[in-house]
Design a protein around this ligand. Sequence first.
Ligand SMILES: [Zn+2]
Ligand SMILES: [Zn+2]
Length: 168
Amino acid sequence: MERTTTETQSRAGPDCGGQHETAERIALAESLCATRGSKLTAIRRQVLELLWDSSRATGAYELIEALKRKHGRPVAPPTVYRALEFLISQRLVSKIESRNAYIPCAHPERPHDCLFFICSRCGESTEFEDPRIAQALAEDAATFGYRVTRPVVELEGTCENCMLTAAG
Ligand SMILES: [Zn+2]
Ligand SMILES: [Zn+2]
């Protein structure tokens, strides 16, 4: 089982290939898009950068505000939504339905089920990759002829930090 937090500075797994910094992650996304014949345009890259710079699931409204601050002029919401749709279609980003927010995928270079553990107190999100869960879900789906197109699992709870804070 491999754990990867969306926080860029800390707690990266030992077998992440060193892709921990936002710049490296953007470079990886760019090369993945290139091999797939699509393009990480400026707005798509900016949205992905903002998502990587946040350790929490980020809503579209927050992204629109952040882009506005960055560029000193408003960004049309449909532009941001289109960029998000693209990033999701490329599996660079997952949508967290329970929060109506977005999280970048830690390992877009390989197919996997994204398991997100979301803290309902501080909003921090941690991505886990667990092949056992992926296999169990695939087997369950196969028993009734179901085909999974969006393998994202969201769990809500309390993170270790918040548990410690509450205890102290
Ligand atoms: Zn993922
Ligand atoms: Zn927390």
